[in-house]
Design a protein. Sequence first.
Lengths: 415, 144
Amino acid sequence: MMRYELTQIPWLKRLLVSRWPLFLARAVTLAGFVLTTVAGLIGSPVGSHNFAIIFVWIAWWTFLKLIALPFGGRAWCSICPIPAMGEWIQQGALVEPGGKGLGLGRQWPKRLRNVWLPTLGFGVIGLFSAVTLTQPRVTGWVLLGFILLAAVLSLVFERRAFCRHVCPIGGFIGLYSRVAPVEVRVRDRSVCAEHEDKTCVTGNAHGYGCPWQASPVSLTQNTNCGLCMECLRSCSRDNIVVNLRPFGADLAQRAGRSLDQAYFGFMMLGSVVIYSAVMLGTWGNLKTAAYNVGTPGWFIYVGVLLAFTLGVLPGLFLLAVRAGRALARSKASLKKAFIAQSHAIIPLGLMAWVAFTISFAFVKFSYVWSVLSDPFGWGWNLFGTAQLPWTPYLSSITPLLQVLALLGGLVWTSI
Amino acid sequence: MATRGLKQEWLARLILALLLVAAIATPFAVQWIQADNSARNANATTIELRARMAENGGWSSDAINATVGQTLHLRLTSDDVIHSFAVGQTDWPVLDIKPGEVVTTDLVFDRPDRYTFFCTRWCGANHWRMRGLIEVTDPKSDTT
């Protein structure tokens, strides 16, 4: 398949190998994260006037779903602030390797070396999403909880255990990064075969061993590559490159497919269907049920969400796979066929989330200008934009864009 | 870590610390600089009044003290639905208080008395309970 090596461009390679660009980007996102968390915890309880709600669930989510993920895969993970604090403590340094870090450095339990935890985490977040997405204080506590959890895990386990095995956001980013047009791969595998040290895994004076606990040598998919560029720095044979490639290149890879990833795909696809009904639909009872945590209506919503994402959707797909097997008179294992074929829904899931994001991204983006001037909703006007009225952008073509995204996902999945 | 590496490390730490402090301090600093000048008036008393549906607590303060001739500077906001603010025994216009927006008003009372303030927007089943009292005193006499 066609590839264009970006690291053959000298200035770009210097930029990627240097630690400063990613560090500075991460420092900025961490500063923004701190402001966001504080705004959520102490600012106005009115969501549309709180920096936390607008910047997390409108600005950042739009950036992630419409730009970073489809075009950069795990690019967000490379600058995500959540694991930053823990990783810096673990490494004992911000930029230069060789610091005296803290931590027990334990290996992540074998039984949990999959995406069942992120799947469960995403499901749990979904159960409370109506509240989380509208209540600044809840968003604030969720963010604080994530960064503390990541820090604690960094002190107990080696490398980026939180990112690789726990983070629900990272879980779906990894899943959908397979369609992104950028990758980190080895240039020539024969060079790695002769290289005994495998410094991309073990690390050296120039770089850490892969923080994502991946083996760059055998990397064939983007799922577990966080684009941190450590392997570019630590490879003593200059054999690791960053490539531009066609969209969806990883979908043809059969290696590495597993039941947990298949189920995450169903969780994501099912969730976006339910969220669309709840948040975009005209049924007030649904919204009420999803919002009023602890009420009988909420428990029904929980049951429907979990049953649909983890039962109905995979069950229907299983029936379809079974029917296909019967028609083809295949003797292949049903489980293997299910796993293999379920990865075909990845493009559909991604485009469904793109369509869902489009529904509110442009229409609500104008709130960003007012919260920039009044981040806490306290009547400030720092930059003179606090009184700018809400203005829906591109509202006349938003439904068309959504339809195009969904149709595109359907066609892509069918290919 | 080599000397150059140590220097880079400390520079990175300094940048990080500055960014983290700036993220929080900058909004407060800019706000302090831009603070409402009328609120700095030595004769003004500034009170922030938050409105919530009566079921959720009603007015954040239902008893306010003021002095005849002194400006009572109110900053009003709503934490849930649209409310409004009106003061009895006066012909001051009713102020709408929209969720998340802050509206300010200056009140100057010319005689001591107990003035009721209340919401005039239907904000919930217990809307009628959204009321409070402004007690205006005259320091020149002890009567209200």
